[in-house]
Design a protein around this ligand. Structure first.
Ligand code: NAD
Length: 271
């Protein structure tokens, strides 16, 4: 394992939702590598989560797996309770869990709309609220961090770029952006920091149908000025920085990790 982040999160306790796969999996591993004791949250499929826990332990880190559907209030509260029983508290929350239920606008069912909003936005609210309650209960721990607590919301370039066929997803990510900023404004006096990472196209299962074929990948690359698809490590490194005291003066910010996708690439030659 590379040693770049060793120690910057030493002694801190981090929960990463939806971390048995994709971006979350790499984020939780990178946080453990940086010295945090971590919770690998999963909704279904404990085997994959246990694999991640084992990988972290094999590398000398500390991890447990906890099941919870982030859209269910009782399950979220139970997960936080168990985490606090095991680790004593929480210092870092990464709201990463998310899903897509795509449909043309006029064909989208209320069930498709609600399922995305309740996980991608509602889940971030429920987990952030529990984390903030615990930060405020526990207070500052100056030997661990200059902040009372850190929240990182996984958003998307679609918090700013409209996305035909994905109205529920774009609405949820736009909502995440304003929830994060409001949270940051409200709780900055308590030294609680909230920020977002907005990934562009990152190679995971969520978008395999696009990058999985040569034509799909070619089309995708026309949207990315930097000329390559993103890797999960691109996001994990940004998450560790936002969770660490290295970014202590950063709150309410959105870090676009997108190879320039937000730069209106079609305007390079048109417009
Ligand atoms: P992924 O499908 O591998 O990861 C999503 C994870 O969330 C999965 O482990 C899934 O089981 C979990 N999850 C879904 N619903 C859940 C629930 N109700 N409770 C708990 N966990 C739940 O995809 P990913 O690409 O790693 O996505 C991670 C995050 O990054 C998502 O919020 C996604 O919107 C965001 N994102 C991804 C990309 C990309 O290009 N991959 C781009 C922008 C934003």
């Amino acid at each position: 394992m590379a040693k770049t982040n060793d120690g910057v999160l030493k002694g801190q306790r981090a929960l990463v939702t939806g971390s048995s796969s994709g971006i979350g999996r790499e984020v939780v591993k990178e946080m453990a590598k940086a010295g945090a004791s971590v919770v690998v949250n999963y909704r279904r499929g404990g085997d994959k989560a246990n694999e991640v826990v084992q990988e972290i332990k094999d590398a000398g880190g500390e991890a447990i797996a906890l099941q919870a559907d982030v859209s269910k209030e009782d399950e979220v509260q139970d997960m936080f309770k168990k985490m606090i029983e095991v680790y004593g508290s929480i210092d870092i929350l990464v709201n990463n869990a998310g899903l897509q239920r795509d449909a043309a606008f006029h064909e989208m069912t209320l069930e498709q709309w609600n399922s995305v909003i309740s996980v991608d936005l509602g889940g971030q609210f429920l987990c952030s609220r529990e984390a903030v309650r615990e930060f405020l209960r526990r207070g500052m721990v100056p030997e661990l961090s200059s902040a009372m607590g850190k929240i990182i919301c996984m958003s998307s370039v679609h918090d700013g770029i409209p996305w035909a066929g994905h109205a529920n997803y774009a609405a949820s990510k736009g909502g995440v952006s304003m929830m994060m900023k409001t949270l940051a404004q409200e709780l900055a006096p308590n030294r609680i920091r909230a920020n977002a990472i907005s990934p562009g196209a990152i190679k995971t299962d969520i978008n395999k149908s696009v990058w999985g074929t040569p034509e799909g990948m070619k089309g995708l690359l026309t949207l990315i000025p930097y000329g390559r698809i993103g890797e999960v490590s691109d996001i994990a490194k940004a998450a560790v920085w936002l969770a660490s005291d290295e970014s202590d003066y950063v709150t309410g910010a959105t870090l676009y990790v997108d190879g320039g996708m937000m730069l209106y690439p079609s305007f390079r030659t048109g417009g």
